[in-house]
Design a protein around this ligand. Sequence first.
Ligand SMILES: [Zn+2]
Length: 164
Amino acid sequence: MRTYTKPKAPKGEPQQFVEIAAYADPGACVLWPYAQAGDGADAGTGYGKLTYAGRQTYSHIVACTLRHGEKPTDDHEAEHLCPNKLCCNGSHMAWALHAPNCQRRTEHGTQLIGEKHNMVKLTEANVRYIRKSKHSGRFLADFFGISPATVSLIRSRKLWRHIV
Ligand SMILES: [Zn+2]
């Protein structure tokens, strides 16, 4: 007797992509190759979008949630630690708190740090991430393209003192 098993509906490719990207190695950005925000209410935000768990959402938010857990409070937003809005490498994402009445600046406060060979731009989110991170100084130095000495200066608050 022949049986016919209906093939399981394959999970959408974008959904699989974001689940893998969420746990990607921190070494490189994983750029979203699918639909992007650009029409309707979210025009111009430039984030990857998809339907995930039945909801219309953005790829970086899904990646942040998968990697770091549900957002801690409604005031938290998934923030890129890297400069690529389309990146959905979960390790390049963090939940960041934005004061509700404080209008979000289009550009994060940035400060140039002189490095031996080039100038590296860190955002406030990068600095908070470096202070919170349990990764080694060496790892963070490689990840952000700065020296281990700079990482320890940031951690001991000799640099970027004004950032909590
Ligand atoms: Zn990235």
